[in-house]
Design a protein around this ligand. Structure first.
Ligand code: FCB
Length: 444
């Protein structure tokens, strides 16, 4: 497999997110976000880790971009921290935050690296969470102001925008299970957050296009190939419910198909949060859809799981290869997901905006021989090529992640980077997987 197999215009990059890499969490005028707050609650994050400093990207971005350039990477996906721009969520912008992103964008362009910006990668300003956050419908208005500001400030230089990162994960983990910030639970919080996030993804797209019609607008979705654990009808039906929840809840309203409640009774009550004309407001014609895939899930029927009556059988309970996230290594999943999304009418193009793996790394004589990560990437990228050769319109691929970083509730333990970080010295070392990506990307 070579880069040239994908064609000259295929986009290759790396992905990151603000809270996971930036650090400088309470400096240069930044306001508190729900993640800054959540990490201080004892027992929520593995080892009580915090992203306060993390990779110190805020202060080290020039060095990191130089490294990226040296690795032949010419597309960089990062997110804007809402509370760095609006410390209180709305109101007066923080000029130091705006200047930071201007420097970052300008430096990317200077090095001929295209910036790809995600507007929301989970770090809601705490001031807005205190008003209900994603459960409050006013978020459509708050988010709109934030999006307008970012496009006016940066849209002259940044061509590619993503509205939300994985809404299913931030609503599910943050407002239903309570394992991510802000730690809310229950079906009602979840359905309210879901509907408002779905409104924001469309509204965000409309605002971007109304301000600058020349920009390319997308949004990203987590997705996993779902298979039942047996051929029994109840397991097959359980798998269908999980597939509906995880893979269809956000894409279908965006495409004008409404919420898939005929296949998942539990989400019918979302109607309680809908107003007249919302069906229309949920629709938006994106230029591209970002697919984020890591693994597959095996599902069984379960009487004891409320609402879903289905459960995911964890990878360590099956005899399969897995990563330090306890996610199964299953390369065909990415092929299946590209295929599934390509079957929807109305999706113009797909870009893999995240894929990668966490494995335990060992530094030996200044090198990291991360063979498993390298092979994981090679196998998944091969499946992307297979999809492309089948005629599926996939036009790009971004590795999660450029460097090791703060992995949410799992803290600093899982390492996803192509580049290793020593969090004490902040020293960067390119892993073997990073060296492989560099040579793969090299144009002869
Ligand atoms: C995705 C997130 C990203 C990262 C990877 C491992 O769900 O979008 O921030 O944590 O998983």
């Amino acid at each position: 497999m070579n880069r040239s197999d994908f064609g000259d215009d295929f986009i290759w990059g790396v992905s990151t997110a603000a809270y996971q890499i930036e650090g400088a969490h309470n400096l240069f005028g930044k306001g508190e976000s729900i993640w800054d707050h959540f990490v201080n609650k004892r027992g929520r994050i593995l080892n009580n880790d915090k992203g306060n400093i993390s990779c110190d990207f805020y202060n080290r971005f020039e060095g990191d971009l130089a490294l990226m350039r040296a690795m032949n990477i010419s597309n960089f996906r990062f997110s804007i921290s809402w509370s760095r721009i609006f410390p209180d969520g709305t109101g007066r912008p923080n000029q130091m935050g705006v200047d930071f992103y201007n420097r970052l964008i300008d430096q990317c362009l200077e090095l001929n690296i295209q910036p790809w910006i995600t507007l929301y990668h989970w770090d809601l300003p705490l001031a807005l969470e205190n008003l209900g956050g994603w459960t409050n419908r006013d978020i459509v208005f708050w988010f709109g102001q934030y999006v307008s500001f970012c496009i006016s400030a940066f849209g002259d230089r940044v061509k590619n925008w993503m509205v939300l990162n994985e809404p299913m994960v931030f609503t599910g983990a943050g407002y239903f299970l309570g394992v991510h910030a802000p730690g809310k639970k229950g079906l009602s919080n979840f359905l309210a957050a879901t509907h408002h996030a779905a409104l924001c993804q469309a509204e965000g797209g409309r605002i971007i296009k109304s301000l600058r019609n020349d920009l390319s607008v997308g949004t990203t979705f987590s997705c996993s190939y779902i298979q039942p654990c047996s051929n029994k009808e109840k397991d097959v039906q359980a798998a269908k419910r999980i597939d509906t929840l995880l893979n269809r809840t956000f894409i279908e309203p965006l495409l004008g198909l409404g919420y898939p409640s005929q296949d998942l009774k539990a989400i019918r009550r979302i109607e309680n949060f809908m107003k007249a004309d919302d069906e229309n407001r949920l629709k938006f014609d994106m230029d591209f859809i970002g697919i984020q895939n890591y693994t597959q899930e095996i599902v069984s029927h379960s009487y004891f799981t409320p609402f879903l009556k289905a459960k995911i059988i964890k990878a360590n309970e099956r005899n399969v290869e897995r990563t330090s996230m306890n996610w199964e290594v299953y390369p065909e999943s990415i092929y299946q997901m590209l295929k599934k999304f390509s079957l929807y009418e109305g999706i113009k193009k797909l870009i893999v905006t995240e894929n990668g793996a966490a494995f335990k790394d060992e530094v030996m004589h200044g090198e990291i021989h991360d063979t498993q990560r390298k092979e994981y990437l090679q196998k998944y990228i091969t499946e992307v090529l297979r999809a492309k050769q089948d005629g599926i319109n996939v036009q790009g691929y971004f590795v999660w992640s450029f460097t090791d970083n703060f992995e949410w509730a799992e803290g600093f333990l899982p390492r996803f980077g192509l580049v290793h970080i020593d969090y004490n010295s902040q020293k960067r070392i390119i892993k073997d997987s990073g060296k492989w990506y560099k040579s793969f990307l090299k144009i002869n």
